[in-house]
Ligand binder design. Structure first.
Ligand SMILES: [Zn+2]
Ligand SMILES: [Zn+2]
Length: 404
C-alpha cells in the first residue's frame, strides 16, 4: 500500500474525530462517509436502521460477497486530549476509536476502488449506536441482509494494551454478552426504632446482593466464564426511617445463551426466595443488551491467514483469550458467518491534558490512553495495518479466476 492511502486515511480519521455524534445521532459522520464512498466510486445506500449506511462495490461476475463493518458513534464524554483536531461537538468525543474504525474501512475502500482486483462484491457496513448495543440490530431489522445479501462479515476494534498493529482473535466466543437486571424488593417501611412494625427490605436486599455471588460460585459450570456484578443499591428510606423499597441494579456477562438463561433464572429464584423468607415481595426485570460475540471458525481461519500474509506471522494470535467486554458486532455474527478481531493499539499511556494519547505522533507503538477515557485518541500508526488486513482479506475471499 502506498503512503498516499495512509495519509488520506489519517486525514479522514482526524476529520471524523472532530465531528463525533452519539448513539443514532451520527448524521455528520454518516454524511461524510457516504460522500467519501460515493467519490471513490462505491454505490451508497443511506438511512438503514436510522443513520446506518451500506456501500457496495462489485467487480467481475462472482456472486460471492463479503462485508467489512465499521461503527460510527462516539461517546457522551468531554474530550481532554488537547490534540489540534479535537471534537468540535460539545459533550461528545470519539473515546472508543470508532473514528479510526471508519478511517480504516474508508482506507480499504480507497485501495479496493483504485489499486486492487477482486471478483465479487464488497460491502461496507457503517453502523450507528454500537455503544448502546442497538445499531446493528436496527440495521438488520431494517432488512440489511435481505437487501444486501452477504456471505461473511468482518470487523476490527482497536485495543490499547495490545502490541500496535497485531491482530488477535479466536474461534467461538470472543466477547461476552451483557445482560442488565433490576431487582425491586418491597417491604413495609416505618420507624427505625420499631422494627417489630415493619418488613425491612434493606435486610432482604443485603441478603440478595450476597446470594447473587453464589450464582457463579455454585450454579455455573466452573469451566464457563460468567460475571455477576451488583452496581447500584438505592432505597426510599431516610436516616431514621426504614424504607418501603430497595432497588438493586446490576450487570451480568456470559459467553453462551445457556449461561445467560441460567443467570436470569437464578436471580429470579434468589430474589423471590429471600423476599419470601422475610415476608417481603420481589420483582425482577432482566434485559439482554448485548449478545455474545461468537466467531465462526472458518472465518477466523480466513482472517488469520489474511493478517499473517499482510502483517506477518508474528503479528497474529488466532487463539487469543476472550474478553468480558461486549460488542454490537455480535448481531451480525448471529445472522451470517463472521469474525471480529482486536487490532493492537500499543501501550496504554497515562494520558492527561498535556501529553495525552498519541497526539498523532504516527510512530508504531506510540500507544494511547484507555478506551472510553477523556484522554483517548486513536493511534493513527495502526491505520495502515487495518487497511492492509482488510484488503488482504478481500483479495483472499474474492479471488479472481475463481467463480465456484
Ligand atoms: Zn466503546
Ligand atoms: Zn468501541
Amino acid at each position: 500500500m502506498t503512503a498516499d492511502h495512509i495519509d488520506l486515511a489519517t486525514q479522514w480519521r482526524r476529520h471524523l474525530h472532530q465531528i463525533p455524534g452519539t448513539e443514532f445521532d451520527v448524521a455528520e459522520a454518516a454524511d461524510f462517509v457516504a460522500r467519501t464512498c460515493t467519490d471513490l466510486g462505491w454505490e451508497v445506500t443511506t438511512g438503514i436502521g436510522g443513520s446506518g449506511l451500506v456501500a457496495s462495490l462489485t467487480r467481475g461476475t462472482s456472486p460471492r460477497t463479503i462485508a467489512l463493518r465499521a461503527d460510527m458513534d462516539g461517546l457522551p464524554i468531554e474530550e481532554r486530549t488537547g490534540v489540534p483536531y479535537s471534537s468540535k461537538n460539545v459533550g461528545a468525543m470519539h473515546a472508543c476509536g470508532h473514528d479510526g474504525h471508519m478511517a480504516m474501512v474508508l482506507g480499504a475502500a480507497s485501495v479496493l476502488a483504485k489499486d486492487i482486483s477482486f471478483d465479487g462484491t464488497v460491502r461496507l457496513f457503517f453502523q450507528p449506536a454500537e455503544e448502546p448495543g442497538t445499531g446493528a440490530e436496527a440495521m438488520i431489522a431494517d432488512g440489511l441482509f435481505d437487501r444486501f445479501p452477504t456471505d461473511e462479515v468482518y470487523g476490527l476494534h482497536n485495543i490499547p494494551g495490545l502490541p500496535a498493529g497485531e491482530v488477535h482473535t479466536c474461534p467461538g466466543p470472543l466477547m461476552a454478552a451483557e445482560d442488565n437486571f433490576e431487582i425491586r424488593i418491597a417491604g413495609r417501611g416505618g420507624h427505625a426504632s420499631a422494627p417489630q412494625h415493619v418488613i425491612d427490605p434493606m435486610v432482604v436486599g443485603a441478603e440478595v446482593v450476597l446470594s447473587l455471588q453464589t450464582i457463579v460460585a455454585r450454579s455455573v459450570d466452573p469451566l464457563d466464564s460468567v460475571v455477576v456484578s451488583c452496581t447500584e443499591l438505592t432505597t426510599d428510606g431516610a436516616r431514621n426511617a426504614i424504607p418501603d423499597q430497595v432497588v438493586i441494579r446490576g450487570d451480568a456477562r456470559t459467553f453462551t445463551d445457556a449461561d445467560s438463561a441460567l443467570v436470569e433464572t437464578r436471580i429470579r429464584e434468589i430474589a423471590e426466595g429471600a423476599a419470601l423468607a422475610h415476608r417481603a415481595s420481589s420483582e425482577v426485570i432482566y434485559t439482554r443488551v448485548f449478545r455474545p460475540t461468537i466467531n465462526d471458525a472458518d472465518c477466523v481461519a480466513y482472517a488469520a491467514a489474511a493478517a499473517e500474509s499482510s502483517l506477518g506471522t508474528d503479528k497474529v494470535d488466532a487463539v487469543c483469550r476472550p474478553i468480558t467486554a461486549s460488542e454490537d458486532f455480535a448481531a451480525y455474527a448471529r445472522a451470517v458467518p463472521a469474525c471480529f478481531a482486536f487490532l493492537g493499539a500499543g501501550e496504554i499511556t497515562d494520558g492527561g491534558a498535556a501529553g495525552g494519547g498519541n497526539v498523532g505522533s504516527g510512530t508504531v507503538g506510540g500507544g494511547t490512553a484507555p478506551l472510553h477515557s477523556r484522554d483517548f485518541d486513536f493511534n493513527d500508526a495502526i491505520l495502515g495495518a487495518g487497511i492492509d488486513f482488510y484488503t488482504a482479506l478481500v483479495t483472499a475471499r474474492l479471488p479472481e479466476g475463481n467463480r465456484s
